[in-house]
Design a protein around this ligand. Structure first.
Ligand SMILES: [Zn+2]
Length: 492
């Protein structure tokens, strides 16, 4: 376990954690949102972020401060906390973003780390190389070597109590992301941003984003606090948290407000297109859309930014409650319905169900089957794994009928889509107590058939009969030869 990060609760790959930030003398509960503060533009003041929105941590850019004579002098003299007037923890970025935008910057990792320490940053960032998506393996690998050199420089630097982040790069190459995660976790650095995913999010490539995060997580391991760098839209927080991300930074609340864009958990709306405000924050209860549109530019921007932040922080709280209640994936399923690209992201997340299964609690309150994607949840994967370890008799009737007689078999097990077969003794245990729709879908039947297949293949000596009700032929084709079939629909 890393000293600065403690995990309190988990659900799928998501977790509630506590990040200790010694230099700020505080702990930050994760998942956490770090509002981005541009030291030159105060859309919402840092004091207001703390007092009105409950922000425990924010992020600003030390490279911008370093490059501005006035800001630099004031930051060195007053310290970052007084300069910004923020009582919580402050993370600083290093100029890597500017490096990726403009091709070069005029500070080294040593210089910018020393500067971040001098101005009182609580979590500093070295200058890594943010390799964009889709570049060749060779280029991504060579960039990654530079990033890894920078992390080693950061490890050797005198950073005192300041935490230091170790960005994980590797473009869209899973092997490199995994290797980068393994290297970063092997350093004594503290926080692990998955970098250069903004272009993926801007292009709605949530499927590729999830593959990148899953690969980085395989390298980082379960106990590393993970920051999804540049992710600020509340629509995708639940998905990213379920993949194992703990920290987000939002410039979106301010950038979108500047363009009259209104954030919701189901996507972005333009203020011009809204006849009603689907939100109960102070901004939305005090104004109609027409009143907001009539405000002077600066005031409208500030009000929209405040709404955008309210909706963003509310989603973080909703996600934490979902983790606590054990229904995070049901929230992800709801969010996945807001955009086809989000659905791709969720389906990709389920490609990694076996990886999520390792951190998923063995028991939760309830399993709600709310979409055919539910058939691929980690709980189903775990039940299928468990089927390999269960003792079976010589002859076994598997039946979808709750009240089947044991007519001559050594034992009778229920079959419940999407899980498959289970012995009577497990019927009251999670997840077999699931709430499922009575109109079973094909994905659930296929998963149940796969469960039967797993049981039969593990126990070739057992005579298995499956009593199903009207299962389609191509679902039954998933079963191994030798399973005797009874269609209960024929008998009634
Ligand atoms: Zn609102």
């Amino acid at each position: 376990m890393r000293e600065s990060f403690e995990i309190r609760d988990t659900d799928a790959g998501g977790r509630i954690g506590e990040l200790t930030v010694p230099r700020a003398g505080t702990t930050v509960e994760t998942p956490a949102l770090l509002p981005v503060i541009n030291p030159n533009l105060d859309t919402i003041s840092p004091r207001r972020l703390a007092d009105e929105f409950g922000a425990e941590i924010l992020i600003t850019n030390s490279y911008i401060i370093h490059g501005d004579d006035d800001l630099r002098e004031r930051a060195l003299e007053e310290g970052l906390h007084d300069l910004l007037d923020f009582p919580g923890a402050i993370m600083t970025d290093s100029g890597s973003f500017q490096l990726s935008e403009y091709g070069s910057i005029d500070v080294t990792t040593e210089e910018i780390l020393a500067f971040q320490r001098e101005i009182g940053s609580d979590i500093a960032t070295p200058v890594d190389i943010p390799t964009p998506p889709d570049v060749s393996h060779g280029r991504a690998e060579s960039d990654l070597e530079t990033t890894q050199d920078r992390l080693e420089i950061a490890e050797d630097a005198d950073t005192g109590e300041m935490l230091v982040s170790a960005p994980v790069q590797g473009s869209t190459h899973p092997d490199l992301r995994e290797r980068a995660g393994g290297h970063a976790a092997g350093t004594d650095l503290d926080v692990f941003p998955v970098g250069a995913v903004v272009p993926l999010m801007n292009d709605y490539r949530y499927d590729d984003m999830i593959d990148v995060v899953a690969a980085a997580k395989r390298g980082l391991g379960a106990d590393a606090p993970v920051h999804l760098f540049g992710a600020g839209h509340p629509m995708m927080f639940a998905l990213a948290v379920a993949a194992g991300c703990d920290l987000f930074d939002s410039a979106a609340y301010a950038l979108y407000a500047r363009d009259d864009r209104y954030l919701t958990v189901r996507g972005t709306r333009h203020l011009a297109d809204l006849d009603y405000l689907p939100c109960s924050c102070a901004v939305c209860t005090d104004h109609s859309p027409a009143e907001l549109r009539a405000l002077p530019d600066a005031e409208r921007e500030s009000e929209l930014a405040a709404h955008n932040l309210h909706v963003t922080f509310a989603e973080i709280r909703r996600i934490k409650q979902a983790i606590r209640a054990g229904n995070l994936l049901e929230l992800v399923e709801q969010r996945a319905r807001s955009h086809p690209a989000m659905l791709d992201g969720y389906r990709t997340l389920l490609d990694h169900a076996a990886q999520l299964e390792r951190s998923d609690p063995v028991s939760k309150g309830s399993f709600f089957y709310t979409s055919h994607e539910s058939a691929r949840r980690p709980e189903v994967v775990r039940h299928h794994q468990r089927l390999e370890r269960l003792a079976v008799p010589n002859s076994l009737l598997l039946t979808v009928d709750r009240s089947a007689p044991d007519a001559g078999y050594d034992d009778v097990w229920r079959v419940q889509p999407p899980f498959g077969p289970f012995p009577r003794a497990l019927s009251k245990t999670y997840p077999l107590t699931a709430e499922t729709p009575s109109r079973t879908d094909r994905a659930a039947l296929e998963a149940a058939a796969d469960g039967v297949a797993r049981l039969v293949e593990t126990n070739p000596g057992t005579d298995v009969t499956l009593a199903h009700r009207d299962w389609p032929a191509d679902v039954l084709e998933r079963l191994p030869d030798g399973v005797a079939l009874v269609d209960l629909a024929d008998e009634t």
